[in-house]
Design a protein around this ligand. Structure first.
Ligand code: UD2
Length: 323
């Protein structure tokens, strides 16, 4: 039997799409998820698929015991995380325990289990307010939240632990991911999920600030494809261990669409897709927010052969169809 790919957080929003992309590539998948935010429903498609095994457990726990007898693993895809910037400010130590400490522990476990490759979901949050847009991997990082700081610290830990313990690490800096299965009802919902859910209920779209702020909105199916590519199998050394101290290799790889979309443009696109003129309301800008964000996408194209393909309106249609 082929070596499996372990996906932590595999029952979550991005994780369940990563499972789909890995299965589409013919990989055997083991999901580890504590179901705190992940849902069994997200994996319903693979009920009865002998190539997908689901284990309930916390990555902060005894991973070796949870996964005993499940390997060998060709790659570990680590997506289990505390995903809210706002929550990281309210509870920074909880964020640190999960997003940094558990990540370092999982890398050490991967090394002891003989897994040769480790893919980590980092974030555009490592950049803080980019000095220039689009932002390249070689640009300075200056996180503005505990969430971004822990993601950046995790990149640094993986960048030194990987070579020391013999695991190739790949950090994917995800930009603003949207799509089916993103929870639209949480106070931490992304703007796309929030707008589509409000449009569905006939409510106004609330723009925080004047709506000229921009984001790089990337469809979750594209992100899942990038993750599956990063998980290999490629030729040996296809994905190098990425360390900032050995230029020109960057510390992480941007995963975005490369397009800069203002929130005003997004609201207009939601109106077009939903076929109605939902009213737009303006509310106070969120404190501490960045003004602009978009990714330089050349590194992902060169190292992973990845480019985002799903255009915004198509992605919005697919997301609206799921809601
Ligand atoms: C995203 C990520 C976050 C982190 C961060 C790094 C999501 C959900 N969050 O935060 O995890 O990686 O990027 O920079 O992907 N907005 C509205 N109306 C709404 C909701 C949002 O105007 O109802 C605005 C909001 O003020 C912001 C933009 O839309 O300017 C995007 O907000 P978001 O919460 O989707 O994502 P962001 O970029 O704050």
């Amino acid at each position: 039997m082929d070596d499996a790919v372990l996906v932590t957080g595999g029952a979550g929003f991005i994780g369940s799409h990563a499972v789909a992309a890995l299965r589409a590539a013919g990989r055997r998948v083991v999901v580890l998820d504590d179901f705190s935010t992940g849902r069994r429903d997200n994996l319903a498609e693979w009920t009865g698929d002998s190539q997908v095994e689901v284990i309930a457990g916390d990555v902060r726990g005894d991973v070796a015991a949870l996964l005993a007898g499940r390997g060998p693993f060709a790659a570990v895809v680590h997506l289990a995380a505390q995903t809210s910037v706002v929550r990281s400010i309210a509870a920074p130590i909880d964020d640190l325990d999960l997003n940094l400490r558990a990540t370092a522990r999982l890398l050490l476990w991967a090394a002891s289990a003989g897994a040769p490759r480790f893919v980590f979901a980092s974030s555009a949050a490592v950049y803080g307010e980019p000095r220039q847009v689009p932002v390249a991997e070689s640009d300075p990082t200056a996180p503005l939240s505990p969430y971004g700081a822990a993601k950046r610290a995790a990149e640094l830990y993986l960048g030194c632990l990987g070579p020391l313990y013999g695991v190739a690490t790949v950090c994917l800096r995800l930009f603003n991911v949207y799509g089916p299965r993103q929870d639209p009802h949480s106070p931490y919902s992304g703007v796309v999920a929030a707008f589509l859910a409000r449009a569905r209920r006939g409510e106004s779209l609330t723009i925080f600030g004047d709506g000229t702020q921009t984001r790089d909105l990337v469809y979750v199916g594209d992100v899942a494809r990038a993750i599956a590519l990063a998980a290999g199998p490629g030729p040996a050394g296809h994905v190098p261990s990425l360390r900032q101290d050995t230029p020109p290799e960057p510390a992480g790889i941007n995963v975005g669409s490369g397009r800069e979309t203002s929130i005003l443009e997004l609201a207009a696109a939601v109106q077009r897709v939903c076929g109605e003129d939902q009213p737009i309301a303006f509310a106070a800008a969120r404190p501490g927010e960045i003004a602009r964000s978009a990714a330089v996408t050349e590194t992902a194209a060169e190292l992973l052969g990845f480019r985002a393909e799903v255009e915004l309106e198509e992605g919005l249609r697919r997301t609206a169809a799921w809601l």
